[in-house]
Design a protein around this ligand. Structure first.
Ligand code: ZN
Length: 317
């Protein structure tokens, strides 16, 4: 049986027709890239390892340009797609990193209907046929000044509460977007994608000229590679979150801190609780998606255990 390399639908050796539409505007792009993995710049890699040792920062990104049914490497910042090959470093199971990110993004989309950028696995056409993660670029044109200012200010934020404060300055319809932020923060926690350094939130301009949160991107479970307990904990949700009742009692973030965070960013508690409820049910769908993912059996087990543990913590209120 062959599976769509994006949505896991059976009976597709490359991508199913609906994923082809989303990913490649319907182009018949093969799941094999017509070139080998790009050579790594050793100096750049060493610098990244020393200065930015967190896993998401070790993952190198390459620009790809789609021309009809072919993808090629591009030097252009406004390319059509982003490619992330297997990263190098001293962490465990790094050959599973592309499948990890792909699974985390598909979980968000398929189990919880979170809006994400179109994404898939793709393979290098060399002897090893190693996988890479591919996603569609949200912005293919020049980035406008408002978004540039938001992205620059985002680099300075310390907590997700700071992100919400920033959103209030840039997004007119803040309330609905605050719910989306909350949902994304809870989901990042479920995936152990945790710490203020995980810069995977941005804004996009709509056709009416206003701004909304961008579709989710860069969601991965770093703990699959770094082991649990490497998350940066203090002040991730809001300043002083580790001083709260739940954290002091259990030594980790629980549903209590998430509800505190929701109240601080202006969400009604019942709405926030409903979002947590939605993200902690659907266990059968989550298990099904993990089972069909491109992780190996051992990684599927570790991923599931990490996920279950975060889910258990969220249920403490
Ligand atoms: Zn598909």
């Amino acid at each position: 049986m062959t599976w769509c390399k994006s949505c896991f639908k059976p009976g597709n050796s490359d991508y199913c027709s609906s994923c082809r539409k989303e990913l490649f505007d319907g182009g018949r792009v093969s799941c094999y890239l017509p070139f080998p993995p790009p050579a790594r710049d050793e100096k750049d890699f060493l610098l990244r390892s020393i200065l930015r040792p967190s896993l998401p920062r070790l993952i190198l990104k390459y620009d790809l340009q789609q021309e009809n049914n072919e993808l090629g490497l591009s030097e252009d910042d406004h390319s059509t797609h982003i490619l992330k090959p297997i990263p190098a470093g001293n962490y465990e199971r790094l050959h599973m990193a592309p499948a990890n990110e792909h699974l985390s993004m598909q979980l968000a989309k398929q189990a919880f209907k979170i809006q994400v950028v179109p994404n898939a696995l793709i393979y290098f056409e060399n002897a090893s046929g190693e996988p890479a993660y591919i996603s569609r670029r949200i912005y293919t044109g020049p980035v406008d000044d408002v978004k540039k200012r938001f992205d620059a200010a985002y680099k300075q934020v310390a907590s997700y509460e700071d992100v919400a404060l920033l959103m209030q300055q840039y997004i007119a319809a803040y309330k609905a977007q605050a719910e989306r932020l909350f949902e994304l923060v809870v989901f990042n926690y479920l995936c152990s994608n945790w710490g203020p350094a995980e810069q995977n939130i941005s804004i996009s301009q709509t056709e009416y000229g206003d701004y909304l949160l961008s579709p989710a991107y860069d969601i991965i479970c770093p703990a699959l590679h770094t082991g649990p307990g490497h998350e940066i904990l203090e002040n991730t949700l809001y300043f002083g979150d580790t001083e709260s009742e739940g954290y002091r009692r259990y030594g980790y973030h629980t549903g209590i801190e998430f509800l505190n965070f929701a109240a601080r960013i202006g969400l009604i508690t019942s709405r926030a609780q409903k979002i947590i409820d939605n993200l902690t049910k659907n266990e059968i769908t989550v298990t099904y998606i993990v089972k069909h993912s491109f992780l190996d059996a051992e990684s599927k087990h570790v991923y599931t255990e990490l996920y279950k543990e975060k889910r258990r913590r969220l249920l403490i209120i």
